[in-house]
Design a protein around this ligand. Structure first.
Ligand SMILES: Cc1cc2nc3c(=O)[nH]c(=O)nc-3n(C[C@H](O)[C@H](O)[C@H](O)COP(=O)(O)O)c2cc1C
Length: 382
């Protein structure tokens, strides 16, 4: 986990144009699943306060949010496909806007990262091929092996695309400034992109053109529906989180960087392979960023184990237009102000990441009111 460092950066606090928005600074709150939903997949009222507290970011990207009942795989993750869900999200958006912030909702389909104990009755997972991920998921009954998925047929693929369009429209109705399509970290789109999880021989398997078709078609459909300047896409080049591998991982991100440029997105959001999911890797692999930057012609957001110095360097060198912080935002609702002033950062205990309830979620103090260590911040670092 990075710690705050001096000197205090400058360019992080400059405005940034993203699609139709001008962000007040270049600091993005990275999407983070926090497993606080109620009734399986309705966001709890706590999201209103949680995101409002973090509105100092130039842009908030919400936790990954299901596009349909069948898109869920984890426990207590929220959706955006019913009026009831929309009503809570609308209040969160209004509060963030009231605090001067901007907010995109991250939309996902878990695909084969699924366990039946986490979802409503009668649901089965779908994926490009019937190959189970070699991962264990947290469930109400402890850690469980991911289920074997069913292969999506052409009609099922079209249905998922429609679900993304439906959720994106609902997002606009709720007042969200845009949507981020989650194509990273081994979830459904990433499962199509990688050959370890995609053994298809039809139009969605084999060549990189085919394996990326589902993501590109869905992105295109969402762009046509709500406007490309309200759509971002998140990718994790060279990442293997959630058991995805490919013999030629470079061709995946090269192809996507080129083809996504054509779509005129609000942004492309790249996770550096310095992290895997929410963990920093001890030995980072190659750095795909310079090549992505040369191929992708739009606004680029970058995340992954950044600290102030590396974030500033990325912006100064032109490798990123905006930078996203994940774990730092958990324990520091006023992260932007702390970075601006070089104030100490609280470090949140991993045990509260997915623990449910207000504790470790909305109870982190702003710096001005900080105490030496709250119940959920294990330490305060300088
Ligand atoms: C608790 C937690 C939940 C996360 N959930 C998501 C998620 O829902 N969607 C996503 O794209 N990334 C998710 N991530 C990854 C973060 O967005 C980010 O890429 C990662 O934490 C690295 O950034 P950091 O080093 O600043 O924390 C999650 C990370 C954490 C710590």
């Amino acid at each position: 986990m990075p710690t705050n460092t001096q000197p205090i950066p400058r360019r992080l606090f400059e405005p940034l144009r993203v699609g139709r928005l001008t962000l007040k600074n270049r600091i993005v709150m990275a999407p983070m699943t926090r497993c606080r939903a109620v009734d399986i997949n309705v966001p709890s009222d706590l999201v209103v306060e949680y995101y409002a507290q973090r509105a100092g970011a130039g842009l908030i990207v919400t936790e990954a949010t299901q596009v349909s009942v069948g898109a869920q795989g984890y426990w207590r993750t929220p959706g955006l496909h019913t009026e009831r869900q929309c009503a809570v999200w609308r209040r969160a958006v209004e509060r963030v806007h009231g605090e001067g912030g901007r907010i995109f909702v991250q939309l996902w389909h878990n695909g084969r990262i699924f366990h039946p104990d986490n979802v409503g009755p009668g649901l089965t997972p779908v994926a490009p091929s019937p190959i189970a991920a070699n991962v264990r998921l947290m469930t109400p009954n402890g850690l469980r092996q991911a289920s074997v998925p069913q292969e999506l047929d052409a009609r099922g693929i079209g249905n998922v695309t429609n679900e993304f369009v439906g959720a994106a429209r609902l997002a606009v109705e709720c007042g969200f400034d845009g949507v981020e399509i989650h194509a990273a970290n081994g979830y459904l789109f990433d499962q199509f992109l990688h050959r370890s999880s995609n053994r298809r021989t039809d139009d969605w398997g084999g060549s990189i053109e085919n394996r990326s078709r589902f993501l590109l078609d869905t992105t295109n459909a969402v762009c046509r529906s709500i406007g490309a300047d309200r759509v971002g896409v998140r990718v994790s080049p060279l990442g293997t989180f959630n058991d995805v591998q490919d013999p030629e991982p470079d061709e995946i991100y090269r192809h996507l960087a080129t083809r996504l440029t054509d779509q005129g997105l609000a942004y492309l959001h790249v996770i550096r392979p310095a992290v895997s999911g929410s963990l920093t890797l001890s030995a980072p692999i190659a750095d795909p960023l310079p090549e992505i930057r040369s191929l992708y012609r739009g606004t680029l957001l970058v995340a992954g184990d950044l600290d102030v110095a590396s974030a500033d360097h990325l912006i100064d060198s032109g490798l990123a237009d905006g930078v996203a912080f994940g774990r730092w935002f958990i324990g520091n609702p006023d992260l932007t102000e702390r970075l601006r002033h070089g104030w100490p950062l609280a470090v949140a205990d991993r045990a509260i990441y997915y623990s449910g309830g207000a504790q470790g979620y909305t109870d982190f103090a702003r710096y001005e009111r900080s105490r030496p260590a709250t119940s959920t911040a294990t330490a305060v670092r300088t």
